[in-house]
Design a protein around this ligand. Structure first.
Ligand code: HEM
Length: 452
């Protein structure tokens, strides 16, 4: 059996938490259900799932306990998502995690972002060209497919010094085969009932996984774009060659690349997608983003310095991440006994920390359902309760690429809105499809119109 087939067999495994909670994930409005449960049952509530317990944490004191104060007792939980990440940094714990993360950190220090800037710009300009064609054709596009391609191109250029060496639409489809964890149940149900040939199901999933597993080699094998002295890809290759870090083997390099091609793309793609959706409901806010761009950089291309001045555009992004945090839930598994909110936590218990529920809690945010970017304008920011804003997590496992993604998003947003008007083409308000990420059920169809 190939590696891809072996992975495909595990989709929808009964022991996976994702499988167990899929009835909830596929409900009409999973976030509303969770909010109601939290209101009724408090900031830490258990949910019994057959043989194991899962605790939902929605109160920031408990979240701080798990992410900061007692962080070493809570391991990352990535069961069911192995094909995406393998043993990449985001999935591992303890001293091994430190060894793998440390050498990569300098590539996410704000001081290197100015060097990445022209590469991000090239990716945005290439999207502008594609969108100009799509606007002329007048067809409907799935905006997440578009923003995913853009985010992947930005990551490949800035971090790996490569042009994106794959077709983003094919890969986007492949990734969905197993990040839409709610589908795992359907795959399993079909297998169990024998209603559909098991082989063809496995083959579909195996093909998707094979497409995904081929990406790191495609990145490594692609021609470098120029002679950049230091890139994350070079660093990964040097680490593999360094006998002082035997843990950093070839598989680790492949897995780190896969991690960036997912954690660094679907999140940014969703952020842009959700922003475009919110702007379709609030065209006056889209207009303010445009006029801010006009004031700051006029008709020329924005420079690195200009981007730092786009405070309103940035506030729109931050407010969108509050309302629709792509990582709506962070998963952990308890290593040792503990106590949270009066409940005894047993080793192995699963913990779900929900940035979504914190961001929508009136205890921490005035009028939390209102889309109000001014909350994030410099000078308007009220003193915020610590840990009440968690789109990038908190504590030592805080998102490594959070600042990079903010730069990518602001740059893309200002440039794309100057050239295009985006018309939401879906039927009615978007519903949530909670999966590993907070996704719009059925996608986000848009029509693109070039602005004269
Ligand atoms: C809007 C965009 C993004 C969001 C909302 C986001 C969110 C997050 C969150 C919540 C975590 C912590 C997960 C946990 O504690 O379980 C995380 C971790 C991580 N993110 Fe991001 N992320 C974004 C963009 C990026 C980008 C652009 C990159 C890199 C190119 C990236 C790389 C990582 C890595 C490597 C980790 C693991 C860090 C560790 O475990 O030490 N992320 N991200």
């Amino acid at each position: 059996m190939t590696e891809a087939h072996a992975y495909a067999q595990t989709l929808g495994e009964e022991q996976s938490i994702w499988f167990k909670i899929s009835p909830f994930l596929t409900a009409e409005n999973p976030m509303e259900i969770l909010m109601r449960m939290s209101e009724k049952r408090g900031g830490c509530f258990p949910v019994k799932l057959k043989s194991e317990k899962m605790y939902f944490l929605t109160d920031i004191e408990h979240i701080r306990h798990v992410l900061v104060d007692n962080v070493d007792n809570y391991n990352k939980y990535f069961e069911g998502l192995k094909p995406i990440f393998g043993k990449a940094m985001i999935t591992i714990d303890g001293s091994l995690w430190q060894k793998i993360r440390k050498p990569q950190q300098p590539f996410f220090h704000p001081s290197v972002y100015e060097e990445y800037f022209p590469h991000l710009m090239t990716a945005v300009k290439s999207t502008i060209e594609d969108w100009s064609d799509l606007a002329v054709r007048g067809c409907e596009v799935e905006i997440l497919e578009q923003t995913w391609g853009l985010a992947a191109d930005m990551a490949c250029r800035a971090l790996f010094n490569r042009e994106m060496p794959f077709n983003p639409q094919v890969v986007f489809g492949a990734v969905k085969a197993y990040t839409d964890v709610a589908n795992h149940k359907a795959i399993r149900a079909k297998k169990m009932s024998g209603a559909v040939s098991e082989v063809s199901d496995d083959e579909d999933a195996a093909q998707a996984i094979a497409a995904w597993l081929s990406l790191p080699d495609a990145v490594i094998g692609a021609a470098p774009l120029g002679d950049r002295e230091k890139t994350l890809l070079k660093m990964l290759e040097l680490a593999e060659a360094d006998p002082a870090v035997p843990e950093f083997d070839h598989q680790q390099v492949l897995d780190e690349i896969k991690q960036y091609l997912w954690a660094g793309t679907e999140t940014t793609a969703l952020t842009l997608g959700w922003i475009f959706y919110l702007l379709s409901l609030h065209p006056e806010i889209a207009e303010k983003i445009r006029s801010e761009g006009e004031e700051v950089y006029g008709d020329r291309e924005p420079s690195w310095e200009d981007i730092q001045k786009l405070t309103y555009t940035r506030a729109v992004m931050l407010e969108t991440l509050r309302l629709y945090p792509p990582a709506w839930a962070l998963m952990r598994a308890a290593a040792e006994e503990d106590e949270i909110g009066g409940y005894k936590i047993e080793p192995g218990d699963k913990i779900v920390l929900s940035p979504y529920m914190v961001h929508h809690n009136p205890k921490y945010w005035d009028d939390p359902e209102k889309f109000d970017p001014t909350r994030f304008l410099p000078g308007c920011i009220k003193k915020r309760v610590k840990y009440s804003y968690l789109p990038f997590g908190a504590g030592k496992r805080f998102c490594l690429g959070g600042q990079l993604s903010q730069l990518e998003t602001v740059l893309a947003l200002t440039m794309l809105l100057r050239r295009f008007r985006l018309e939401y083409a879906g039927d009615g308000p978007v519903k949530f499809g909670a999966s590993v990420m907070l996704t719009p059920k059925g996608g986000l169809p848009f029509k693109l119109h070039a602005r004269s």
